[in-house]
Design a protein. Structure first.
Length: 266
């Protein structure tokens, strides 16, 4: 596959992934949404179906990595992709994630405005924000809709948060490497798309509670950048002090998973 196919495929696929994944977070979070308070099950299955749709769409062009951690693992895998292709994959993934996050804002534009101008949300009598969350928001700069765009920990402990992301990514990447690749071994196949989407649901249900399960650096960093840039009223900060965790953790997890695969399965 050519560099242009890789870049276009990863951009389109990751944009769809974030549009649908971030979209379910917006649907559950924003006050004027019909799906408000639908809960964690809706989010986990929404992200799983987002992966399914994105992979089926982009696989013919790029192999549908859609995740810098998966790309890294496939570069480390015996007979995997060429290292020279890694920047192209990563560039498309980051751009696609930013496009997808911007499209979530467009789709929920009215809901974002209504949510962030509601005194019950951003402050005032009867505000939904608890005292503990208000203190954390002041300390970290995490705004009230940041969770639609990127992840954040329930308990802020860097070692535990990184470990959680490492563990979740190991599960994801091992599943991709052992069950999900196409005949070339360099991207996801038709059956691999279904397997991967179900694995993402499983990770979300089982391991998503502590950090929100980024397990994908582009999925977190791209939308976080968009959150920082968008003209959202009362949006608060983008919690840059935490932003390294969902980047470093998944990359470490991917490297470990590739090592396990090369030793045990290759």
């Amino acid at each position: 596959m050519s560099s242009s196919d890789i870049f276009i495929g990863e951009t389109i696929g990751t944009a769809i992934l974030i549009l649908l994944g971030g979209g379910v977070c917006a649907a559950v979070t924003l006050k004027a949404s019909k799906a408000r308070n639908a809960g964690w099950l809706a989010i986990t299955f929404g992200w799983g179906f987002a992966v399914l749709t994105a992979v089926y769409t982009s696989a013919p062009l790029s192999g549908a990595h859609l995740n810098p951690a998966v790309t890294l693992a496939l570069a480390l895998k015996d007979n995997g992709i060429e290292w020279s292709q890694v920047p192209t994959y990563w560039g498309g993934q980051l751009l696609g994630a930013m496009i997808g996050a911007a499209l979530v804002w467009v789709a929920y534009y009215g809901q974002f405005h209504a949510h962030l101008t509601d005194k019950e949300i951003v402050g005032g009598p009867g505000a939904e924000t608890t005292k503990a969350k208000a203190v954390e928001a002041r300390e970290t700069g995490a705004g009230p809709v940041l969770g639609i765009f990127s992840t954040g920990p329930e308990i802020r402990n860097a070692v535990q948060n990184v470990a959680t992301e490492v563990i979740g990514t190991i599960v994801l990447v091992l599943a991709v490497l052992t069950q999900g690749l196409n005949d070339s071994g360099k991207g996801l196949g038709t059956l691999g798309a279904l397997i991967t989407s179900l694995v993402v649901v499983s990770i979300g249900l089982s391991l998503g509670g502590p950090t929100g399960y980024a397990i994908n650096p582009a999925r977190d960093l791209g939308p976080r950048i968009v959150h920082a840039l968008l003209p959202l009223p009362n949006k608060g900060g983008s919690d840059w002090s935490y932003a390294w965790v969902p980047v470093v953790g998944p990359l470490i997890g991917a490297a470990i998973a590739a090592g396990i695969y090369n030793v045990a399965f290759a």
